[in-house]
Design a protein around this ligand. Structure first.
Ligand code: GLC
Ligand code: CA
Length: 586
């Protein structure tokens, strides 16, 4: 370790609570969540047993992509508050022993960022090269002007937009309002380090969730993507532009800054299925990122290529994905993450268990139990702790606010000339997979709109999930059997048995069983077959009753119940969506 390496690896025991500012808590009744709203709930956050907050983008932004289009890294989106509010949030977190990490979105900026406004002025502008501009190509037969390659952007259009004024295309892997920065430009890159990363680390934050971290380096000859969809004009380019040639060089530069501040970083790592590729990003010795989100679990039940295409998956597949991304760090110096939800994903209860009203609470607690026993940094998303679910299937398409959902619906309408059957199916897919499921207002009370705003007559920016009358924090505070009460209990147990639950080694049992998920944890530092401590989790992923025995390798009859997800549980038996955790301590 160099003299400037101050890393303590505190993130390994972190339990992180993700806050989506627009939908968390509105303190001033304009219908939009804000930083003062967050400050007002810090004692609640602390009471859950989490010790770190990840705050999704609160920077100034035209909000084309909910703040993932940043127009000013050093200011706050005015409806959320001011820089002073952020400084207060940092102080208030510190006072409670809560670490705070921000979202670092530096693959692209907003097209309204001053840098891009300069860049598009003319070809000689000093900021021209800070973005990726390329001349047109022309079709050999028709002479028609075409983009430099066939890459598809996030809205199923070309990833290139033509600029009339300067007669060139610019690249945007997401929406046209999110132009990609040119990381090969040294001045651009260095400015990102000082003006985004260090600017906030100096203010006392503890690290970053790093947006689309493997996209910074592109192959600068911009080759076409392989044709995977012969009917489409634009092709998915992930295999060409993810994990590009200079990725690790950039991350070494960034890693040196993170190490100096003992900052934790969790990189969003799409389209990276191979373990060796993942380890290269997070090996402690390499000092790039602390950890990453690998998305195999999120892709279960949908195709990697089409965000909204839904297909069935089995419990066996779920178990094996969990196993793979628990065990991939064995024998390395890397650290895993555990998550089921975030702002881009449907709600876990709806996706992995059952959101039938009678099963919601049981499902929420069973999933909590599953996650509590897994090794790695644990991430919870706002509302997960009270068992929030996907929005009702009865909502019309107008209730959805996500740019990707809106575009997807509009496309389907145009292509099918408003065919009702197509539109119905499109809406079902959006309901099942859509990002808006996670973005509805947090449900605090049974008052109108879930008490999201202080004044119940305020209409929130996005409709609240209709089930706020039954699913809300206030109701669960008074209920010892609630999902919320269970999360508090489970996180306390996780802390108490850290070497088994948060840090142990994972072993999958009975992988072919399609109803029950069983796993054993070996205490940190232990080995298969040794006489050390064990935890055993048994989780019913069905609405039928199940029976089980604690296996000998987990202590058999000598193991005792540590945590049961439902009241009055009967050892050896599980009711619908029930789970139980055992510990054996010789
Ligand atoms: C990440 C974010 C997502 C955003 C995209 C573009 O995937 O999680 O919400 O749309 O990056 O910044
Ligand atoms: Ca507000």
């Amino acid at each position: 370790m160099s003299a400037k390496d101050a890393r303590t690896f505190w993130f390994r025991d972190a339990v992180v609570y993700q806050i989506w500012p627009a939908s968390y808590k509105d303190s001033n009744n304009d219908g939009i969540g804000d930083i003062q709203g967050i400050i007002s709930t810090l004692d609640y956050v602390k009471s859950l047993g989490v010790n770190t907050i990840w705050l999704s983008p609160m920077y100034d932004s035209p909000q084309v992509d909910m703040g993932y289009d940043i127009s000013d890294y050093q200011n706050v989106y005015p409806p959320y508050g001011t820089l002073q509010d952020m400084e207060e949030l940092i102080r208030e977190c510190l006072a409670r022993g809560i670490k705070l990490i921000l979202d670092l979105v530096i693959n692209h900026t907003s097209d309204q960022h001053a840098w891009f406004q300069e860049s598009k002025k003319n070809k000689d502008n000093p900021k021209r090269d800070w973005y990726i501009w390329r001349p047109a190509k022309y079709d050999a037969e028709t002479g028609e002007r075409i983009p430099p390659n066939n890459w598809r952007g996030a809205l199923n259009q070309s990833a290139w937009t033509w600029d009339e004024a300067t007669q060139e295309y610019y690249l945007h892997l997401f929406t046209p309002q999110q132009p990609d920065l040119n990381w090969t430009n040294d001045e651009c890159r260095r400015t990102l380090y000082t003006d985004t990363i260090e600017f906030w680390l100096k203010k006392g934050i503890n690290g970053f969730r790093v947006d689309t971290v493997n996209l910074y380096s592109k192959p600068m000859d911009f080759p076409d993507a392989p044709i995977t969809d012969p009917d489409a004009k634009w092709q998915i380019g992930d295999s060409v532009f993810c994990n590009g040639p200079r990725m690790h060089e950039y991350l070494q530069e960034m890693g040196a800054i993170f190490a100096k501040y003992d900052a934790m970083t969790v990189g969003e790592l799409p389209a990276t299925p191979n373990v060796e590729d993942v380890i290269r990003y997070i090996s402690a010795e390499r000092s790039e990122l602390s950890e990453i989100f690998q998305f195999d679990i999120s892709i279960l039940g949908r195709s990697a290529a089409d965000f909204y295409a839904t297909h069935p998956y089995t419990l066996k597949e779920l178990k094996e994905v969990v196993e793979r991304w628990q065990r991939f760090v064995e024998g390395t110096d890397a650290w895993p993450t555990v998550f089921l939800e975030n702002h881009d994903l449907p709600r876990a209860i709806s996706k992995y268990a059952s959101d039938k009203p009678e099963h919601i609470a049981a499902s929420g607690k069973m999933l909590a139990l599953m996650e509590t026993g897994l090794t790695g940094t644990l991430y919870l998303y706002q509302g997960q702790e009270i068992g929030m679910t996907n929005v009702p299937t009865t909502w019309s398409h107008e209730e959805y606010k996500d740019v990707i959902a809106i575009n997807y619906y509009r496309d389907a309408a145009t292509r099918s000339s408003n065919d009702p059957t197509v539109l119905k199916k499109t809406l079902e897919d959006i309901n099942r997979q859509g990002r808006d499921n996670a973005r509805t207002p947090m449900q605090w009370t049974a008052a109108s709109n879930g008490g999201f705003s202080t004044d119940a007559s305020t209409v929130p920016w996005m409709r609240a999930n209709d089930n706020y009358t039954s699913i809300n924090v206030a109701a669960q505070e008074d209920d010892e059997e609630s999902v919320l009460a269970f999360y508090r209990k489970a996180l306390a147990v996780r802390k108490q048995y850290a070497s088994l639950l948060g840090r142990g080694e994972f072993r999958l049992l009975e992988r072919d069983d399609q109803q029950v998920f069983k796993y054993v944890k070996i205490a940190e530092g232990g080995k298969d077959g040794d006489a050390g401590a064990r935890a055993f989790a048994v989780l019913n992923f069905s609405d039928m009753p199940q029976e089980y025995q604690v296996p000998e390798e987990a202590g058999g009859s000598k193991a005792r119940v540590l945590l049961g997800s439902l009241e009055d549980g009967q050892p050896g038996k599980l009711r619908a969506w029930e789970g139980r955790m055992y510990v054996y301590e010789p």
